[in-house]
Design a protein around this ligand. Sequence first.
Ligand SMILES: [Zn+2]
Ligand SMILES: [Zn+2]
Length: 409
Amino acid sequence: MKFSFLGGAEEVGMAGILFDLPEYRFLLDYGFTPGKPPSFPKESPNIDFCLLTHAHVDHSGLIPWLSSARGPRIFATTMTQSITEILARDNLKVSKLEGYSLPFSEGDVASLRNYFEPIEYGEKFELGEIDVRGYSSGHIPGSTMFEINNGSRTLITGDMNTVDSMLVDGVKPIRCDNLFIESTYAGREHPNREELVKEFRDDVSDTIKRGGVAVIPAFAVARSQEVAMMLESLGVDVYLDGMSKRIATTFLSDGKFLRSVSKLKKALSQVKFVNNDSHRKKLLKNGGAVITTSGMLDGGPALFYIKHIKDDEKNSIFLTGYQVEGTNGRRLLDTGMIELDGDIGKPKCNVKFFDFSAHADHRALVKFIDECSPKNVVLYHGDKRELLAKDLSNYNVLLPKDGENYEIA
Ligand SMILES: [Zn+2]
Ligand SMILES: [Zn+2]
């Protein structure tokens, strides 16, 4: 099997793996790394089809370009299709606001559905001599790990989580010959999830009891809705702002991708949706917890709130997700400084990070690999892959670089 990475081998971002089989050339994911401006992978050549693991922008961001420029069939769950479309429209909106251009148009997004083909978890679909199956990867609703059979069995995880989250069950291992596995958390372990949720609830509650506002930046897809579930029945006012409202409705419209429709419904019934600045100002005055985009503080209503709350010690900013290198959120974590309207300064309010990851940690990755028992392991989507490779001496491990060609037997 020949393959190369158009991007995303050595970093958490802009995924795109090009596979060259004797009969077919296909792409797995095609995204960009958000930023001002974003970073793009290498241009995709003509392909026969594309497998799309999930809707996060670093995996799906360039799918509208791919469909209009190359016209392949794109296989993904219906949930991934819906969210990819929503995010693509939002990306265009943000690019106009920020003054950079993206290589696709509204029209390209509108015609995406002509290229999408739905897949069902566990059901085989045949592409000539090869057959393919998708399984839940436990990362977000609709996220998929692909198994490809063409004589040998190859498993490509996409972003994956082995632990059950409030929204989806953890991924299950599958025996294979070749395993392509994400490595976001190579070298790091997550804290105990239950204890962390308890600590988070206590911290939100404390902030509000002392008369403060808790601003909770969270990714629009999955993290925001999960945080709303974590804060259920806390007895404080919880608000949801930004694109997460739309995503929550999309999750509920296709309930088979959720662990529990009723639990998400219940949590959302206790949340107030925020739609405009006057509502935002009112909630800042009254206090409460607001879950808001963007999760990495590179735009969205989160910055509006932070501008208003940052200079008062009784308020809090609670970061809830992975902060990519180069983002405003990463700067806040690493240096305590934040950029607002071009000025960089240190907020006086309480700032805390909660590691609510949707990715398997180091220990879970090693266990998953052992249970898949492959011959070849290809580590990608990580910037500390060598730390994981050290624990994989039983396997032929590859740490590919973007743009280079590889072959595994
Ligand atoms: Zn993801
Ligand atoms: Zn990713």
